[in-house]
Design a protein around this ligand. Structure first.
Ligand SMILES: [Zn+2]
Length: 303
């Protein structure tokens, strides 16, 4: 029997059906309705449609951006305020007649990579996403860890430790604080550093291209990015001591991260010979959606 996963973003719902071995059976995509009843109805209809086409399902998992409680409480949902505080999990469970688990999308990313991705079989996995935001999720012994406040893994909103003068220039973060790791490591941060250095605008892929051609300013921007990433991840290694850190999101494809960042975090990690591996995601942008489907395998405590 299949497992159904949904990844609900600000504008689109992606749906995926996986067989018990993680092979893809089907996928669907549609707009997100802009109200609660419509969103609930769309998810139930997609589930019904997949079951109608591919046979019975065991479970439904839903990945959402924001803060999701251990029982699926929608505490804060980025770009989908109309579902905040609403009983979405129970509503779908009743309408579809299947167990439903809801989790933060970075936790789903980490679960996907820990289940059958780049960190498959590792006891403690930290999944970090580097994109327009900087998120993270923790998976221990195959289970996502939500945390007492539903924020486990939110390293992006720790302040970046200031070890150099060039890091003592805090920017305002979307969370309302200043100097968060996210304000140094998201796509806007890389573009801002390049603009300040050269006076020219460029997004991350262009900075990577210029660095590959040997442009000095682009190499310097990438060097600072890798050093800041290593500084922030050293804190994660000292706190959680993960076996594997998996990077996802658009900026995880920047050149040199996997070879250089572990060398750069070494003097900051308290273990003499840190064995934590830094690896790229196996499933890339698909990982949140796959992780949502895997959620049903582990379930979540009832609310
Ligand atoms: Zn922040």
């Amino acid at each position: 029997m299949m497992r159904i996963g949904f990844d609900v973003g600000g504008s689109k719902i992606a749906a995926l059906a996986l067989d018990p071995r993680g092979r893809e059976l089907a996928r669907r995509r549609r707009e997100v309705p802009r109200d609660y009843a419509g969103t609930l109805g769309a998810l139930v209809q997609l589930a019904d449609d997949l079951v109608g086409a591919h046979g019975p399902a065991m479970s439904i998992g839903i990945a959402l951006p924001g803060m999701i409680g251990a029982g699926g409480e929608l505490i804060r949902v980025v770009n989908l305020p109309w579902i905040e505080g609403r009983p979405l999990r129970r509503g779908i469970e009743q309408a579809a007649g299947l167990p439903v688990t809801v989790a933060n999308d970075a936790n789903c990313f980490a679960l996907s990579e820990a289940s059958d991705g780049a960190a498959a079989g590792a006891p403690v996995v930290f999944g970090a996403t580097l994109g327009s935001g900087v998120g993270g999720g923790i998976v221990v012994a195959g289970r996502p860890l939500p945390g007492a406040n539903a924020i486990a893994g939110e390293w992006g909103h720790n302040p970046l430790p200031v070890l150099r003068l060039e890091d003592a220039r805090p920017e305002r973060c979307g969370c309302g604080r200043a100097g968060c790791v996210e304000t140094w490591l998201n796509g806007a941060a890389l573009a801002r550093d390049f603009l300040r250095t050269t006076g020219r605008p460029a997004e991350a892929p262009e900075v990577a291209r210029l660095a590959a051609r040997g442009e000095v300013a682009a190499l310097a921007v990438l060097g600072r990015y890798r050093r800041r990433l290593a500084t922030a991840l050293a804190g994660v290694v000292n706190l959680l001591d993960p076996d594997v850190i998996v990077l996802g999101g658009g900026l995880s494809a920047l050149p040199g991260l996997y070879a250089e960042v572990p060398k750069l975090w070494r003097p900051l990690v308290v273990a003499p010979e840190p064995r934590t591996r830094l690896v790229p995601a196996r499933f890339g942008a698909e990982s949140g959606l796959r992780g949502a489907a895997w959620l049903g395998r582990y379930g979540a405590p009832e609310s």
